[in-house]
Design a protein around this ligand. Structure first.
Ligand SMILES: C[S@@+](CC[C@H](N)C(=O)[O-])C[C@H]1O[C@@H](n2cnc3c(N)ncnc32)[C@H](O)[C@@H]1O
Length: 303
C-alpha cells in the first residue's frame, strides 16, 4: 500500500493534470498556429441548441480512450484500494457505475475483481465491450441509466463511480433515485465510493481547456464552459477535430452538462438512500476537502 502522505503529492499532481479528462502530458509542444487558425470555429454557446446536449458521449465515445491517454487510471485504482483498506473492506464483486469505456473496469478485472459496468451511453458501453478480455477475467457491461438501474438479483460488495460521472445526473431527484438503485444492488455493509467535481471547480470554469498548441495531436479539442449560478448547471461546449487516416479532418461537437452538487446535499441524499458512515475527502488524499478543492471523493457504507 502507498502511504497516503507519500503518494499524496503524486496523486495530486496526477489529479491536476488529468483534471476534466485530459492530461496535458498527452500533448507535446509544437506550433499550433496553422491548424488552430484553420480548424477553430466559434464555440459561442448560443450556436448550440438544447438538442445538441443529447449528444454527450456519442461522437466522442470511439475516441474517448485516445483522449484519456494521460489519465492516471492506475493511480485512481490504487487510491480506491487505499480507501477500501482504511475501511477494512475487501470486496470481490464491483459495480462500476457510469463506467464509460470501461477503463477502470478493465484494471479491476485484471486485479481479480468481478466487475459489472453500467453506463447510460450506448456508444461508451459498446467501446467497453470491444476491449480485449484475458482468460479468467470476469467483466460484463450493461447500457442503463443509473437512476433506473435494474441488474436483476446481482448484488455487489462495492460500487464505484469515477470521474465526475454523477455530476452528469443534473436532476437531483434522479440522482436520489440512482443512490436508491445503488443501495438496492449493494450487500449490507458494502461501500459506495464516488467522486464529483466541486461547485468551486464548475464555478471557476475548470472545464475550460484546449490543446490547440499541440497540432501534431490527432485529436484536438477546445472546450468552453458556462456556469449558471442560479441553476447550478454547467454547460461545456466541446469542439473536437480528429485527423482521419487519409489526412482529412473530421470536426464534431458535444455539449456536456453537469450539476454542481454541494457536499452536504450529497451526504443528505446518501443518508436518505440508507447509507451511513459517510466521509468526504479531497481527491487522492485522506484529508477533508479544503474550500478550493476541485474534486471531492465520497465513501459511504450501506446500512
Ligand atoms: C466523464 S465520463 C467517466 C467514465 C468513466 N467512469 C471513466 O472514468 O472513464 C462520465 C460517464 O458518465 C456516464 N453517465 C452520465 N449520466 C449517467 C447516468 N444517468 N447513468 C449512467 N451513466 C451515466 C456517461 O455516459 C459517461 O460515460
Amino acid at each position: 500500500m502507498c502511504h497516503p502522505q507519500q503518494n499524496q503529492h503524486n496523486l495530486q499532481m496526477d489529479a491536476r493534470s488529468a483534471f476534466f479528462w485530459v492530461s496535458c502530458s498527452v500533448f507535446h509542444v509544437r506550433s499550433a498556429a496553422i491548424f488552430a487558425a484553420h480548424h477553430r470555429k466559434s464555440l459561442m454557446p448560443e450556436q448550440n441548441t438544447p438538442e445538441t446536449e443529447a449528444l454527450q458521449f456519442t461522437n466522442v465515445a470511439a475516441l474517448y480512450d485516445l483522449l484519456m491517454t494521460g489519465v492516471p487510471y492506475d493511480d485512481w485504482v490504487t487510491y480506491i484500494e487505499e480507501l477500501l483498506e482504511s475501511r477494512n473492506a475487501a470486496p470481490k464483486r464491483v459495480l462500476d457505475l457510469a463506467c464509460g469505456t470501461g477503463n477502470v473496469s478493465v484494471l479491476l478485472a485484471e486485479k481479480g475483481y468481478e466487475v459489472t459496468g453500467v453506463d447510460i451511453a450506448a456508444d461508451m458501453i459498446e467501446a467497453a465491450r470491444q476491449k480485449p478480455v484475458q482468460p479468467g477475467w470476469r467483466m460484463e457491461f450493461f447500457n442503463q441509466d443509473a437512476a433506473e438501474m435494474d441488474l436483476g438479483d446481482r448484488r455487489f460488495d462495492l460500487c464505484i463511480s469515477l470521474f465526475d460521472s454523477l455530476n452528469y445526473i443534473t436532476d437531483p431527484q434522479r440522482l436520489q433515485m440512482a443512490f436508491h438503485r445503488i443501495a438496492h444492488h449493494l450487500e449490507e455493509g458494502a461501500l459506495l465510493i464516488f467522486d464529483v467535481n466541486s461547485e468551486y471547480a464548475l464555478k471557476n470554469r475548470f472545464f475550460d481547456q484546449d490543446n490547440r498548441d499541440y497540432p501534431e495531436e490527432r485529436l484536438m479539442y477546445d472546450w468552453k464552459s458556462v456556469y449558471d449560478e442560479k441553476t447550478r448547471i454547467c454547460r461545456v461546449y466541446m469542439a473536437f477535430w480528429y485527423r482521419e487516416d487519409d489526412g482529412t479532418t473530421r470536426e464534431f461537437k458535444e455539449v456536456h452538462v453537469q450539476f454542481a452538487y454541494k457536499a452536504p446535499e450529497l451526504v443528505a441524499m446518501l443518508e436518505t438512500a440508507g447509507f451511513t458512515d459517510i466521509s468526504t475527502y479531497q481527491a487522492y488524499t485522506m484529508r477533508m476537502p479544503g474550500r478550493t478543492a476541485d474534486r471531492l471523493y465520497f465513501v459511504a457504507r450501506k446500512g
